[in-house]
Write a new protein. Structure first.
Length: 398
């Protein structure tokens, strides 16, 4: 202890004591009194509690010495009080920080109710799906695709793929979404195409099924043969004469409207009659501008308006059995239905009335007989599909 502290009187020292020091001093005095009372009791029980009394005395002595040391330290230097206060404030701050961290940990461990989890599921699933799609579009797999064609004979796969406007850089997903546009582009690129169907097969395959029109007849013009499709369209690329099928229909007129009407009408005629047609020539009359002459493979000829082909031409099957074999005949279906041997009719008849009189009797009889025979033949043999008479042909460029 320093000399300055010993020279200061007790009253002055008590004035400079802090509140904590004063309370400590009071505690020590109170404790000393309690110790004195305890010591008197212990002296009465020396025989019984000698050991316990010794331990308590030692503890009290140690406590007294420790408190005396603390008191002397506080008395030695009053300036230590602010340091203690700062130390206490730092400890309190550290305790507060620990308490805050503990509270945060407890808040993090708070149980989340299931309803909140269910509400968050759509957001989590949506964000996950967007993430997967983003990764997919960034990979080369997004642009990989294989396009396969089937059913095409007259149109090449290269032409179809080029006309579809499908680019290698197009995404597989966008190709699937724009499938309708690609089909329209391919269908408009060639008159041969009747219908197209494009189906997607996971993961990168597109299967295109092509349905082409068949060849109904050939337009014979300028020594060339141009295919006429079943829908009446005329192909601009001619077919070589040596590539023509053995039995085919040759159209000898070039009116596109009449050719289209002829194609629509002949489609409803039974295949057995259709196969027998060799050539079709336009021979209009004053009354019937669309009258055509059909030359058959059996040598007979049929006069029939194009607009009445579907209605009248099926009767030829019943009339054919009544005609003389080996003798070319003419079956006139312009007004009614009657037949005569070719060249036997008098072209210089006196009047049209006489011609009508000669037409009335055979027309009524032969029409009834032909109708009965046609209905019987149609019941026995159903009409074949349109494409049964069509043969594939090879086309060559001019």
């Amino acid at each position: 202890m320093s000399k300055k502290n010993h020279d200061v009187p007790k009253e002055e020292v008590s004035e400079h004591l802090s509140e904590w020091q004063k309370r400590n001093k009071e505690y020590l005095e109170k404790k000393a009194q309690e110790e004195a009372s305890k010591q008197k009791e212990l002296e009465a029980k020396e025989a019984e509690d000698s050991i316990e009394g010794g331990e308590i005395a030692e503890e009290t002595e140690e406590d007294d010495s420790s408190y005396e040391e603390e008191e002397t330290e506080y008395l030695e230097d009053d300036s230590s009080e602010p340091e203690l206060e700062t130390e206490l404030s730092e400890k309190e701050r550290k305790k507060l920080e620990k308490l805050q961290k503990k509270a945060e940990k407890e808040a993090a461990k708070v149980h989340i109710s299931r309803i909140h989890i269910y509400r968050a599921l759509p957001v989590l699933l949506g964000s996950g799906l967007i993430f997967l799609l983003s990764v997919y579009f960034l990979t080369p797999l997004a642009t990989m695709k294989t396009i396969k064609f089937s059913g095409n004979q007259m149109v090449s796969q290269e032409d179809l793929l080029k006309s579809s406007k499908i680019d290698e850089k197009d995404y597989t997903l966008t190709t699937f979404i724009n499938g309708g546009n690609h089909i329209r582009n391919m269908k408009a690129s060639s008159p041969w195409i009747n219908n197209l169907e494009m189906a997607y097969q996971f993961p990168i395959t597109f299967q295109v099924k092509v349905n082409e029109y068949g060849v109904l007849a050939y337009l014979h013009e300028g020594g060339q043969y141009y295919p006429i499709l079943t829908n009446g369209e005329i192909i601009s690329d001619p077919t070589a004469a040596d590539s023509l099928p053995e039995t085919h229909i040759s159209i000898e007129f070039s009116d596109k409207k009449l050719i289209k009407e002829f194609a629509l009408q002949i489609e409803k005629v039974p295949a057995s009659v259709k196969k027998n047609i060799k050539t079709v020539q336009l021979t209009p009359s004053k009354v019937t501008p669309d009258l055509v002459t059909l030359t058959m493979h059996d040598g007979n000829k049929i006069l029939v308006p194009i607009s009445h082909i579907a209605k009248k031409l099926p009767y030829y099957k019943g009339i054919q059995s009544q005609l003389e074999e080996g003798v070319p005949s003419v079956v006139d279906m312009e007004a009614g239905i009657f037949s005569y041997v070719e060249g036997a009719q008098n072209e210089s008849s006196s009047s049209d009335e006489e011609k009508q009189k000669t037409e009335e009797k055979p027309t009524g009889q032969q029409t009834e007989q032909a109708a009965e025979q046609v209905t019987e033949s149609q019941e026995e043999e159903p009409a074949e599909p349109q494409n049964s008479t069509e043969n594939p042909v090879n086309t060559e460029n001019r």
